[in-house]
Design a protein. Sequence first.
Length: 331
Amino acid sequence: MTRCERVKAAMAHLEPDKVPSCIHLARDGWEVHSENLYERYVSEELRKLCEEGKLSRQHAIYYGMGNHVLTLNCPWWKWYDVPRSYFTDEDAPDYLPKTIGYGSYDGFAETVRKLKEYTDAYVLVTIWGSYFEKANFARGIENFLADLAGDPEYAQRMLDFIINKNMVMLENIVHTPGIDGILLGSDWGAQKDLLMSPACWREMIAPGEKREYELIHEAGVDVWLHSCGDIRKILPDITDMGVDALNPVQPECMDIYELKEKYGDKITFWGGISTQKTLPYGTPDDVAAETEKVTSALSRNGGYIIAPSQEIQSDVPFENLCALIDTAKRL
């Protein structure tokens, strides 16, 4: 099986010949570890592809590490020329801020084409902070949470505005040849619960999310969702809305084995290996043991992609990162 085929089999809740993996590093982790990763895992063939401009150095490293999923950003939009007071004032503004688009569609399509030509990976477009967090970026998270409760009319205007912009941008990229999945990121959970009530999420957040998921699925592309924290109260909604894969699945926030029992036949989990405890503070043997345990349980009948529960940061020792990668490679 190709790497892409393994991912698609896992997402279809079948057991591939090998459990797929997708291990990523945060910016600070990348700065500390990327050179050593390049030396350890990037083959001569991949190095040549880098030199010829056919793969980026980052994609070569991640592919050499054994990742079955390769990610890339896409043309998108951001807030533009927003006054500081929009973020700091407690009272909701009486206007919506300006926006500006960025990115090259031709460059994006060419990167997708190269990933499909020179690797056998599943290609995932990642759109971090796509909706709820987009409002937070303009208003600040404390203010926007207060807006949801204290000025829901403004909050709904903001959310509708963001979704309408997102839909246009998604329509521009979703039919790009070679895309397998699109990830939308919004952190709705804290360490012990949702950041808002389930009722608020269902009324104000879910309808916009559903519009995005339907557009992506209509194009024959998988929907991936990133939401940190404890989101158990809305997991039934998320599965009913058709999300195909969920990340990061933090074991300190949710019982990942209970999640597998309840939802393992409906959704694929990407993550689950502790970045709060084991990876930064354990030994390489601890990391290998947890990777084996989590993978054994969560990959039963498919539905799992091996990964840490957050991107690897600089507090993770290189030998622990290698233990994670090497264990994932042999499972």
